[in-house]
Design a protein around this ligand. Sequence first.
Ligand code: SAH
Length: 224
Amino acid sequence: MNNLSSKQLQGIGMTSQRTRDRLIDRLQQRGITNSRVLEVMRNTPRHLFVDEALSHRAYEDTALPIGYGQTISQPFIVALMTQMLLESGTPSSVLEIGTGCGYQTAILAQLIAHVYSVERIGSLHQQARKRLAELRLYNVELRHTDGNAGWQGSSIQFDRIIMTAACKDVPRKLADQLNDGGEMILPYDDGSSQVLMRITRQGDDYETEAFDAVSFVPLLPGTV
Ligand code: SAH
């Protein structure tokens, strides 16, 4: 687990700090109560995860384009999913499906000891790797691979899995990589709308609960 040093936050300027505080106020108004999540989001420079031309909008509570037809998730949704991941206690490991620009990954890396994240688009994977190294978030392992199969080639199991792309069928291989008692948070697409879903593994049983309506890019097969 890491904290960003004050040096890494330099150069952001007072205006951005005020803007960022306003974003945190908004997250609180919308029901984010976990103070650790709020603090980490206050201190994470979201503008470094978007193109410079969009950096003036980085602290708006909105998704923004990151190229390749993909988006950086809306801060409220990042906060909500992270809060849900921590609700039943702090996990020691989490697997993220859909690294994208790496913003959600950076938030997780400051709250959870071991973070694993996979991305199917090679250029996004490379950019995220660079950003997370610049922020000195070293407790993250990234892979360029299709997350439908989860974290392949080792017997590692996860306390939590977070999917940041919407799926119509929950990949079985992913559910199998949850520890007993582990939880997966994902946007589930029923064909007409998407909802956040929590799946809890109890032995060979999987309990599902549905939450807020959301809007994510789709989970796609293969790598590019
Ligand atoms: N976590 C990101 C959200 C990125 S958008 C954030 O913090 O903003 C979702 C990402 O999921 C996209 O980059 C997309 O390419 C990726 N994705 C879609 N299907 C995937 C798959 N099967 N395996 C891995 N990544 C996938």
